[in-house]
Design a protein around this ligand. Structure first.
Ligand SMILES: Cc1cc2nc3c(=O)[nH]c(=O)nc-3n(C[C@H](O)[C@H](O)[C@H](O)COP(=O)(O)OP(=O)(O)OC[C@H]3O[C@@H](n4cnc5c(N)ncnc54)[C@H](O)[C@@H]3O)c2cc1C
Length: 732
């Protein structure tokens, strides 16, 4: 059995632990143990936000339980106070820890450069406790100032100094820029009364930055009222004042000390070689010079690369830890080559409060919101690697979604909260709609019709559409009916008129023939009795009768046409009036047809989804079973939402179902509110006036015990362990 021990669970220790877990998770002959004096990993790069009261203290802590649950790494909470490299043993006040391989990653601490009074009166910012101390101290100074009537004393109490203008100092100044005015409001103190100073021994601030972002940062802070004192070395600190090298004494109620760090002092007592500023010397494989099985990583290690010391930053911590871990794996398994440290740093980002930042990454300088966004992205990326998706989600919640006093890059724009009570009616209504939907399907015969429902394949005509045509449709239908009636009337009148005209023409023809016959008979009679040739007279009379008949026929046709035209014009006028009436009711007509499906039924995607995807699923499930499942799920969603039980999964399934309907070309725009309502309910709407109030804690406890939650880091709150099964020990 090989025992690998890591002391210190900062950026270096956690990174090393994760690499060792991957390498040895199936190897029962190697144990990996991480020992830290705290039960949580501290997000050191966000400490100033706690000190400046931007975020709550739990936002910078991630428990080791969370990070290493269900992983090879055992965690022990204990403070190591001694190391015997020869005996290969670590010692705390209550226990000893033998090891075969050791990574020392206990980080750094603020250094006072032996300046008198700094340790006693200065407030360092290099641990979680430091951050809280600064926060409480500043609050206390405001409380005292609010009660103080002596102007001189009050001014002194309200003078805040940050010594040092590296990234820690400037980030602290940035927080105070935002917090001090809020404290003034809280305590009824005028904003002109406080002073915020930044004292720096060198001639410029943020020396790791190029001139551009550095100048921008300084301009921003000066605009916000910060007074910079450059070339100002502090030589002594007393209670309530500090002295500069030129003899000037400055009175102040608060001195935050961020002038530099050294290796964590305990390293020096452990028989290892100290390189510089209490940092432990290592070679390029991160091994200590005299003990090949003892490695140092992170802020505590001392190494020089290209004539410059490796900086004390997160990237250096992770990269040195990776080299140490790989070389331990190499030593134990004999696989691969020994790795040597070669830095690969990507740049710097410094936040100046929650709303402004400067960055210089990959050779590009930025400021304002883009720089801030990069800082958040980098933090999320880091948190994802440490504790998965809900670690970075929790971070974003603290930094943006639940930020107080608009102290984020988006101000308070997306930080508003809705009281759970307001969501209850919507939850009930959505539940009712799903229940109706399921019941409707049963009514339509979904449970026993082998070929789908009568109304549609998946989504029933439902309570939303049935019997509720939009107003525009009713008017159009009425207009169509009137038009059809008017067309029919026009045709009937036309037919009648033409029949009358034909009858007149026929009658006139018959009359003409009768006249002709009578005339011919009369002529014959005249000729026979008188011997007079009446033929000429007959022809004349016949011709006259033909003219008369034609005239009657033409007149009848003209009357028929006139009547037809009049009827057509009247019917056109009726249609126009109906259209005008319908148009008048709409004003502009509908701007969006809510009865249209979101994606048309006949579109290529919908056809693919229906025929390939859904039919592919249906091919493996009996149709009736499939339909019964849909009905059951719909009813269950409805009941769950109505009772507020398992609201989160019910709302989630509701959203998924709606998307299936959309992709199937069956979901109309008027139903899209189902999705938005379900999104709102995801935020815990069942805990107010719902059964989730009792069910959720139970469900959380159960889930947080599962291996799946531990492997995926998808815990709600903290992981849980069965009795006696926890690998976590507290020896401190
Ligand atoms: C306010 C602030 C802002 C910063 N901003 C940035 C930034 O923007 N970018 C950047 O790259 N870096 C930044 N840093 C620096 C960065 O945080 C450090 O470089 C980094 O934390 C070093 O990681 P580490 O693992 O070596 O040490 P640490 O993170 O300090 O971890 C050391 C661990 O060792 C544990 N420990 C100590 N002594 C013992 C003991 N005796 N027994 C058991 N456990 C022990 C501690 O509890 C701690 O968990 C910032 C630092 C601060 C304070």
């Amino acid at each position: 059995m090989k025992r690998v021990v890591i002391i210190g669970g900062g950026y270096a220790g956690v990174h090393a632990g994760k690499i060792l877990h991957k390498a040895f998770k199936k190897d029962k002959d190697v144990s990996v143990t991480l020992i830290d004096k705290n039960s949580y990993h501290t997000l050191m790069t966000e400490l100033h936000e706690v000190a400046g009261n931007r975020v709550s203290e739990d936002s910078v802590k991630i428990s080791y339980n969370r990070i290493f649950a269900n992983r090879t790494v055992n965690f022990v909470q204990d403070k190591i106070i001694g190391l015997d490299p020869k005996k290969q043993e670590l010692r705390s006040e209550t226990a000893t820890y033998p090891f075969d391989y050791l990574i020392v990653a206990v980080g750094a601490e603020a250094t006072d450069f032996n300046i008198p009074g700094v340790r006693k009166y200065g407030l360092p910012l290099w641990s979680f406790d430091d951050a809280l101390r600064i926060r409480y101290h500043i609050q206390e100074k405001f409380r005292q100032a609010a009660k103080e009537h002596n102007e001189e004393t009050r001014r002194k109490l309200l003078t805040f100094t940050v010594a040092g203008s590296g990234f820690t100092g400037i980030e602290m100044v940035g927080e105070l820029i935002e917090w001090l005015p809020l404290l003034c409001e809280e305590h009824g103190i005028s904003k002109d009364e406080y002073t915020l100073l930044n004292v720096e021994g060198m001639g410029k601030i943020l020396t790791m930055f190029p001139d551009g972002p550095r100048a921008k940062a300084q301009r921003y802070m000066e605009k916000k009222g910060v007074k910079f004192m450059l070339h100002s070395l502090i030589t002594e600190v007393k209670e309530g004042s500090f002295t500069l090298k030129n003899g000037t004494v400055i009175e102040c109620g608060t001195l935050i000390w961020s002038c530099g760090v050294c290796g964590s002092k305990q390293g020096g007592d452990w028989g290892l070689t100290v390189g510089h500023v209490e940092r432990l010397r290592v070679d390029e494989a991160m091994r200590t010079p005299e003990y090949k099985n003892i490695f140092v990583a992170g802020d505590l290690h001392w190494a020089v690369e290209n004539d410059l010391p490796v900086p004390q930053i997160v990237e250096a911590a992770e990269q040195t830890a990776a080299v140490a871990a790989h070389n331990i794996i190499h030593d134990i398994t004999g696989k691969g080559e020994e790795e040597h440290f070669k830095s690969n740093f990507h740049g710097f980002m410094v936040s100046i409060g929650g709303r402004y930042a400067v960055s210089h990454t990959a050779g590009i300088s930025m400021s304002g919101i883009p720089a801030m966004a990069i800082k958040h992205l980098v933090n999320c990326y880091y948190l994802h690697s440490v504790a998965g998706v809900n670690a970075w989600f929790k971070y974003l919640k603290h930094e943006i979604f639940q930020i107080k006093n608009k102290r984020s890059m988006l101000g308070g724009l997306i930080a508003g909260k809705i009281q759970g009570l307001w969501a209850v009616p919507l939850r009930m209504w959505l539940g009712l709609m799903w229940l109706f939907e399921g019941i409707n399907k049963i009514g339509e015969g979904w449970l026993n019709r082998p070929k789908g429902s009568s109304s549609s394949w998946m989504f029933s005509s439902g309570v939303l559409q049935r019997g509720m045509p939009g107003y525009g449709n009713a008017a159009a239908a009425a207009s169509d009916t009137v038009s059809a009636a008017s067309d029919a009337a026009e045709t009937a009148v036309e037919t009648a008129v033409h029949a009358a005209a034909d009858a007149v023409t026929a009658a006139s023809d018959a009359a003409e023939t009768a006249v002709e016959t009578v005339v011919h008979a009369a002529a014959d009679a005249v000729s026979a009795s008188s011997g007079i040739d009446a033929a000429a007279a007959v022809d004349t009379v016949t011709a006259a009768s033909g003219v008369a008949a034609d005239a009657v026929g033409n007149a009848a046709a003209a009357v028929a046409n006139t009547v037809t035209d009049a009827v057509t014009a009247a019917s056109g006028a009726v249609s126009g009036a109906v259209d005008a009436a319908a148009g008048g009711a709409h004003q502009w007509g509908p701007i969006w047809d809510l009865d249209k499906t979101v994606i048309p039924w006949a579109s290529g995607f919908v056809t693919w989804f229906r025929e390939v995807f859904m039919d592919g699923i249906a091919a493996h499930i009996d149709y009736v079973v499939f339909q019964s499942m849909v009905v059951t799920v719909e009813c269950l969603i409805g009941l769950a939402l109505l009772g507020g039980l398992f609201t989160f999964p019910a709302a989630g399934v509701s959203i998924i179902m709606c998307f299936v309907f959309i992709f199937s070309g069956l979901f109309s725009w008027s139903q899209v509110w189902f999705i938005f309502a379900a999104f709102l309910l995801l935020g815990g709407a069942g805990r107010t006036l719902g059964l989730d109030y009792w069910a959720q804690p139970w469900l959380k406890r159960w889930w947080n015990k599962t291996a799946l939650a531990k492997n995926t880091y998808l815990y709600f709150d903290e992981p849980r362990f069965k009795k006696g099964k926890s690998k976590f020990k507290n020896k401190g």
